[in-house]
Design a protein around this ligand. Structure first.
Ligand code: GLA
Length: 398
């Protein structure tokens, strides 16, 4: 699944659409996957996170249908799926296609008139890699639907924030993954060469994101994605379990959210929690939000050396306190650091998926080789490693 010629993808997708449905699509749209630099499991705790879009994208070719059905095929998954928009929550939600039909459903729930669509998908964000392949699909379908049905209110940054909420609703209510809003916000709001500081305190879509310069190549550095290929899923209960634990801690502490707990108050607050597990969960969330602020400060000062300690502390917090790492992620992070990465940590929801490393550009090969060798030594699946730059948001491609 190479992305060496991303400009060829829309052309190939038009042919695939003709092959699948006979006619020409009305257009081709795409949305990116993401990595999160820091700030994990903070979004649904009203906290901060710092994602950026990556050049691996989900592309969709689409045309409206006269009826209220979504007919969808993927170049990666065999078989065609047809899902009725009416009675969606009671009926067939289409498996992976729920991410697409869910967006049409959520747009209707928001009061828009939408119809059916024929869609061909070419998803180049590796599935189950923790790089938000599902949000990329949702957001590509969302921008396609906005164009094809002429929906108002989704222009500009504010409109895109509202569209992100639609996509979150699709993911939560139709696809059944109880995720926060980081991935969809990244896919719709990110900018090339910048990271996106998102603040989830306050009403959804209320807080404008801050764009933080992130052009590592100008500093002789590269961002390496290390997809461990250890299976990761957001709807298998583990992610939801962490969310529940945070909710339980909020209730026990009687605070509006974990954002309301200051790092300096932890010594006083943690003993009020009855369970040791909840104490560790809270310590992760509160300290992680603080690390996002410190990371943004470091990036603004161009003090990349400061990222070493911040990423190390973040990874340790996810491994030991939030308990969402796994042997493959730990091996990737430790090996990258041992072979010259300036900073490394797991990224995304955890329990598998990907880690990231900030590496001197001259050491990318060496670090990649070392991680691949370490995985072979541990008899893990072969990892997939690739450098990324911060890419732009969901868009129309033709
Ligand atoms: C997944 C979810 C996000 C976020 C991260 C963890 O990617 O979709 O909402 O909670 O996990 O930071």
């Amino acid at each position: 699944m190479s992305d060496s010629q991303p400009r060829a993808i829309p052309t190939a997708l038009v042919s695939a659409f003709r092959g699948a449905f006979g006619g020409k699509p009305s257009g081709v749209w795409s949305a990116p996957g993401r990595v999160n630099l820091i700030g994990e499991h903070t979004d649904y705790n009203h906290g901060l996170c710092l994602p950026l879009a990556i050049p691996r994208r989900a592309w969709v070719a689409a045309a409206p249908r006269a009826d209220r059905r979504l007919r969808i095929v993927s170049r990666q998954v065999p078989g065609e799926r047809t899902i009725a928009l009416d009675g969606l929550l009671e009926g067939n939600r289409g498996g992976w296609a729920a991410y697409a039909v869910g967006v049409l459903w959520a747009l209707e729930q928001a009061g828009h008139e939408v119809g059916g669509l024929d869609v061909v998908v070419d998803g180049r964000v590796p599935i189950g890699s923790g790089l938000s392949s599902s949000a990329a699909l949702e957001c590509a379908v969302a921008v396609a639907a906005v164009d094809l049905f002429g929906l108002d209110g989704y222009d500009g940054e504010e409109g895109r924030r509202a569209l992100a909420q639609i996509c979150v609703r699709a993911e939560n209510d139709v696809a059944g993954a109880p995720t926060g809003g980081m991935d969809q916000s990244a896919a719709l709001l990110a900018r090339a060469d910048e990271a996106l500081l998102l603040d989830f305190d306050g009403a959804p879509a209320d807080t404008a994101p801050v764009h933080v310069p992130f052009d590592l190549s100008a500093h002789g550095l590269a961002l390496l994605v290390m997809n461990t290929r250890a299976e990761h899923s957001l709807d298998d209960g583990q992610y939801g379990n962490r969310r529940e634990e945070c909710r339980a801690a909020v209730a026990e502490l009687g605070v509006p959210s974990l954002r309301a707990v200051q790092p300096g108050d932890l010594d006083r607050v943690l003993p009020r929690l009855a369970s040791e597990v909840l104490r560790r969960r809270v310590r992760h969330v509160v300290s992680e939000i603080e690390r996002v602020t410190q990371t943004v400060d470091a990036l603004e000062r161009e003090d990349f050396a400061a990222l070493t300690g911040l990423f190390d502390a973040s990874h340790a917090s996810m491994r030991d306190d939030f308990e969402i790492s796994c042997p493959e992620l730990d091996t990737a992070v430790e090996t990258a650091r041992a072979f010259g990465a300036l900073a490394a940590r797991m990224t995304g929801g955890g329990f598998g998926g990907s880690a990231i490393a900030i590496v001197p550009a001259s050491l990318v090969e060496r670090v990649s080789q070392a991680v691949t060798t370490a995985f072979a030594d541990h008899r893990f699946r072969e990892p997939e490693l690739f450098p990324v730059t911060a890419d732009g948001p969901a868009r129309r491609d033709r």
